[in-house]
Design a protein. Structure first.
Ligand code: GSH
Length: 222
């Protein structure tokens, strides 16, 4: 049975979609609507109601970093991450943790303000403060990417997929070309990658039953 990815468009679950496209084996992509993430059927897969979640037969896994590591470890030929136990993997793990608990989390007050302050009058303050934190993170990544085409090793890895998914969000608040030109260049280059193009088309609902790696695009039914 092919693996199943549960995703919502515009989210970090694009990371796994890109990795599955790079792996090139059949998979199923199940689109979950925001309201459905509260349903018991979805919470049984993802207790916090978050995407991505993946099912591999009887195994169900959520959390980006766990999924990225599992996809990489079970598909060594795809070279999504350096082999476990190497110095290169330690640095890849460092970046994965940073992207998850640093970069990604900095956006939360912008996307889920009510979880940080029940008083709606405080939400604009939260948003402005969070935008400053996000800008700091974009500046950090921008400096890292200044001389690089990829995050690590001079070659495409899962980190590039992860940042392609989460690095796009702040374009609505910042002019990347002007403020974070290396990030802008990186994301535009990634958009030329065939796997990224396909994953984004699937996410946007533009590909429904294509040939190639995608086995099926389904809607979630609890
Ligand atoms: N730590 C989790 C975070 C996942 C996460 O925040 N996913 C977002 C989409 S990018 C989500 O599903 N948010 C819905 C919510 O939290 O209600 C992971 O890395 O998988």
């Amino acid at each position: 049975m092919e693996p199943t990815l549960y995703f919502r468009p515009g989210t970090c679950a694009l990371s796994e979609m890109i990795l599955l496209e790079w792996i090139g084996e059949p998979y199923r992509a199940v689109r979950v609507e925001k309201a459905q993430t509260a349903l018991p059927g979805f919470r049984a897969l993802s207790p916090h109601g978050t995407v991505p979640v993946m099912r591999f037969g009887d195994l169900v896994v959520y959390e980006n970093n766990a999924l990225i590591a599992h996809l990489a470890d079970t598909h060594p030929n795809a070279k999504l991450l350096p082999p476990a136990g190497t110095p290169e993997r330690a640095i890849a793990n460092q970046w994965m943790s940073y992207l998850d608990s640093g970069f990604h989390v900095a956006h939360y007050p912008l996307f889920k303000a009510s979880k940080f302050a029940e008083d709606e009058a405080l939400h604009p303050v939260l948003a402005e403060t969070a935008k400053k934190r996000v800008a700091e993170h974009l500046g950090f990544v921008n400096t890292h990417l200044e001389e690089l085409d990829f995050f690590l090793l001079g070659q495409r890895t899962a980190l590039d997929a992860y940042f392609t998914a989460i690095g796009r969000w702040a374009r609505r608040w910042f002019d990347y070309a002007d403020q974070f030109p290396a990030v802008d260049r990186f994301l535009l280059a990634m958009d030329e990658d065939e796997g990224v193009r396909r994953a984004k088309a699937i996410e946007a609902g533009e590909i429904e039953a294509p040939s190639g790696a995608l086995q099926a695009l389904l809607a979630f039914e609890a």
